[in-house]
Design a protein around this ligand. Structure first.
Ligand code: SF4
Ligand code: SF4
Length: 331
């Protein structure tokens, strides 16, 4: 009897993890593949794709299981399970792209399955939600083992005990103190995930839209102008935040601009007004959270406590954002 509950036409069961650098998706993919191979005797393949190796850049990790030889090493376009390590990735990436109509999407979020389904227009399949960030903050670990717990719960053919063994082997030599907390994180992800299944329409198929480059040899402006460099007005860095952001209290601010010097992403918004003696002075108005990646450099240098590190709750950034008024953007 097959150990895999379902296979594609090549005989594989495929999982894709969508994440950003720093959340441990690559390691999670590696451990997941190991657990399938060592625990179930499956053949497995794993690799990740990412751009520059830095925190905050998009990462995809691919895990392929099979009972025969695995010769394919292509990115997974039609996964049976997608793990979304950061909810805001939905803003910039079609994370559910290619997911089978009866597939499973596991999202790190505090929302309900119905809310996630509606917000991200998921037509059918199983939507699983787990507050992996909350668990990892409490356990002082990373979201990756909590996400693995949730994935093991929805992929019930996988053996949780084999993952606990892989966690032990991964951490015990270099970081023995992290073994127990990571196993607790895994177990909490496993136990705390909630999921709901939505029936697929008859005849529904997995639709994958291969992303096209915005600029290619036919569309690049003459002279090779880069129209969206680094942190331009088009960038949205909110998916780089890992659950925390700086909160600003204007009453405590002395407008020293330390935060502005420290911020690598031009997040602070100023306005010229008159001081008490009628002289022109720049006053800090707030933070444009569109560009904030949550590095907390500003909090570290603020001398008055006007900036504090707070857990990001849903809607806070939109509600408290003070947008930049760029001349280029408003013209
Ligand atoms: S946390 Fe502070 S320093 Fe870092 S990007 Fe956000 S506003 Fe800038
Ligand atoms: S570092 Fe603190 S006190 Fe200084 S301008 Fe920034 S928020 Fe205000």
């Amino acid at each position: 009897m097959s150990k895999l509950p379902i296979k594609n036409e090549l005989g594989f069961f495929e999982i894709r993890l969508e994440s950003i650098g720093g959340l441990g998706a690559h390691l999670a993919g590696k451990m997941l593949a190991e657990a399938g191979v060592l625990g179930l005797g499956l053949n497995g393949a794993h690799f990740s794709s990412y751009g520059s190796e830095k925190k905050g850049s998009p990462v995809k990790s691919f895990i392929r299981f099979g009972e025969g030889e695995i010769r394919a090493s292509s990115p997974i376009e039609r996964p049976h399970i997608v793990g979304v390590f950061h909810e805001n990735l939905f803003k910039t990436i079609d994370v559910a792209n290619g997911l089978y109509p009866d597939g499973v999407i596991v999202v790190n979020t505090t929302k309900t399955p119905d809310e996630i389904r509606e917000r991200f227009n998921i037509k059918s399949g199983t939507v699983a939600v787990v507050d992996a960030l909350g668990i990892s903050v409490e356990e002082k670990t990373r979201v990756n083992t909590a996400m693995l717990g949730a994935i093991f719960r929805v992929a019930s053919f996988l053996d949780p005990e084999s993952m606990r063994n892989v966690i032990r082997q991964t951490f015990e030599e270099k970081y023995p103190k992290l073994v127990d907390s990571n196993i607790r994180t895994f177990d909490r992800g496993f136990n705390e995930v909630q999921f709901k299944t939505y029936e697929a329409e008859e005849g529904a198929v997995a639709e994958y839209v291969r992303p096209k480059s915005a600029l290619g040899y036919e569309t690049q402006p003459i002279g090779g102008v880069i129209i969206n460099p680094g942190n331009s007005i088009l960038k949205d860095l909110s998916s780089s935040r890992q659950g925390f952001l700086p909160a600003f209290e204007q009453e405590k601010c002395i407008n020293c601009a330390n935060c502005d010097f420290a911020c690598p992403d031009l997040c602070f918004v100023w306005e010229e007004k008159e001081d008490k003696k009628g002289r022109p002075q720049m006053f800090l108005q707030g933070i444009d959270y569109q560009y904030c990646k949550g590095c907390m450099k500003c909090v570290a240098v603020c001398p008055t406590g006007a900036l504090t590190k707070v857990r990001e709750v849903d809607g806070y950034a939109d509600e408290h954002r003070v947008p930049h008024q760029f001349v280029l953007a408003s013209n």
